[in-house]
Design a binder for this molecule. Structure first.
Ligand code: 13P
Ligand code: SF4
Length: 317
């Protein structure tokens, strides 16, 4: 796309946004140019909090389907748009409602906590939602003896067990981006950059988490790079976050970890990267594709999300 065409698209998006009273919410894994035109950029928790709060008539989600569905569940009277209907999530896909119902039945008497990276149907089967920013605090907010089911990410689930020591049965799902980071590459990068700190998303596998200097959600990783005094970081999460890291820390160096299959060379989330500036423009113009969630599912899925937001608010998250 020429520079002029791209400027035209951006100014048209901004014009339509004002005209239609629309808000653009973008996740940190979006391309930098999309993050730059968004009204708000954040991690899954902050985006859910914004979606619950906004007085816009239209919410355009530059992210993936489960995020847009969460916005619709929290604001059912608003029009929620997702610029590409195929922007899904391999982790959410790994947990189907029929199988999860059986899992709950096979593990009776447990409080069901699910990651927001799930379909609306899975949320409707849950007691409390969580994100990677608040999972540990959500679990710790429950009485000590309470037994838990956690789904769908087994790495985040095991991280929570390590942090809380709670009795948790974990669903066996993974994210195709985070399970692919190469431990060997991290060790080599660390040898070549002795002062670098390894910072890791909790969806990564145990060996990668074990060599981390810091483990946290995208927002927590970004925050860490702001407060920490090192000048070089090895980043084991989707590299979209590096855009904000560079913006807030202009003098520092950020090195993305490659996947185990080095022929690919990068660890981008192909679902997140389906969103483009052209698609945002078309979506805002036509107000399609729109996200719809069945009203019964909205009623049931709302409870665990609201419970999560209430616990997070109490804990100042
Ligand atoms: P955050 O909770 O850090 O936004 O993570 C979302 C996600 O999709 C990670 O893969
Ligand atoms: Fe889903 Fe993984 Fe992409 Fe996050 S990075 S949206 S968990 S596929």
């Amino acid at each position: 796309m020429t520079e002029n065409k791209s400027k035209d698209l951006v100014s048209e998006i901004l014009r339509m946004k004002g005209e239609k009273n629309a808000v653009i919410l973008a996740h940190y894994y979006q391309e930098g140019n999309i993050q730059d035109i968004a009204d708000f950029v954040g991690d899954s928790l902050a985006l859910a909090q914004k979606a619950a709060d906004t007085d816009a008539d239209i919410i355009l989600f530059a992210g993936v389907r489960f995020m847009a569905e969460t916005a619709k569940i929290l604001s059912p009277s608003k029009k929620v748009l997702l610029p590409d209907r195929n922007a899904g999530c391999s982790l959410a896909d790994s947990c189907k409602a029929k199988d999860f119902r059986k899992f709950i039945k096979d593990n009776p008497g447990r409080t069901v906590i699910t990651y927001v990276n799930t379909t609306a149907e899975i949320k409707a089967l849950s007691d409390i939602s969580c994100t990677s920013s608040n999972a540990v605090e959500i679990v710790n907010s429950l009485p000590p003896g309470e037994k838990i089911i956690f789904a769908p990410d087994r790495n985040l689930g095991n991280h929570i067990i390590n942090m809380t020591g709670r009795d948790i049965v974990v669903w066996n799902g993974t994210c195709h981006v985070h399970e692919e980071f190469s431990l060997e590459a991290i060790i080599k990068m660390k040898e070549e950059n002795k002062n670098a700190k390894v910072i890791v998303h909790p969806e990564c596998e145990l060996p990668v988490r074990m060599i981390a200097d810091f483990i946290g959600s995208t927002a927590a990783l970004l925050n860490f790079t702001k407060k920490d005094n090192s000048n070089c970081y090895i980043i084991a999460t989707e590299p979209g976050i590096i855009h904000q890291m560079k913006k807030t820390n202009p003098g520092k160096i950020f090195l993305p970890v490659p996947p185990k299959d080095s022929t690919c060379g990068c660890s981008e989330c192909n679902f997140m990267k389906l969103i483009t500036m052209e698609k945002i423009y078309r979506c805002l113009k036509t107000e399609k594709p729109e996200i719809h969630v069945n009203s019964k599912i909205i009623d049931d899925a709302r409870k665990p999300i609201i419970r999560m937001l209430e616990i997070s608010q109490k804990q100042g998250l």
